[in-house]
Design a protein around this ligand. Structure first.
Ligand SMILES: [Zn+2]
Length: 105
């Protein structure tokens, strides 16, 4: 069970893109989301710890059988479930909930 601690300061907004792997420069605190046939299929964002590592995550519309994250949009920002583990050396674990990063310990 994760203990969720709100750290504050990192607010994530959603930006729709045609293809996540074509983005020349990723900005922090932006969740880039690719839609295919009206389903969100892929996303990428920079690790919120500041290490600069891109974190690609397949979303619920991605083809079976990859592990997928469920994304909900709201006026406050995106929510992703389950929690995220950065592939970077930082090993950051966090949630993105209503556009805010909450660190999981
Ligand atoms: Zn990191």
């Amino acid at each position: 069970m994760w203990r969720v601690v709100a750290k504050g300061g990192v607010t994530v907004r959603l930006e729709l893109v045609p293809y996540i792997y074509n983005i020349e420069h990723l900005f922090p605190a932006v969740l880039y989301v690719q839609y295919d046939a009206s389903y969100p299929t892929q996303s990428i964002h920079l690790c919120p710890c500041g290490c600069g590592m891109p974190v690609p995550l397949p979303l619920q519309g991605a083809p079976f059988p990859v592990a997928r994250w469920h994304m909900i949009q709201s006026s406050s920002g995106p929510t992703l479930t389950p929690s995220i583990e950065s592939p970077s050396r930082c090993r950051s674990r966090y949630w993105i909930i209503l556009g805010c990063v909450s660190w999981a310990h």
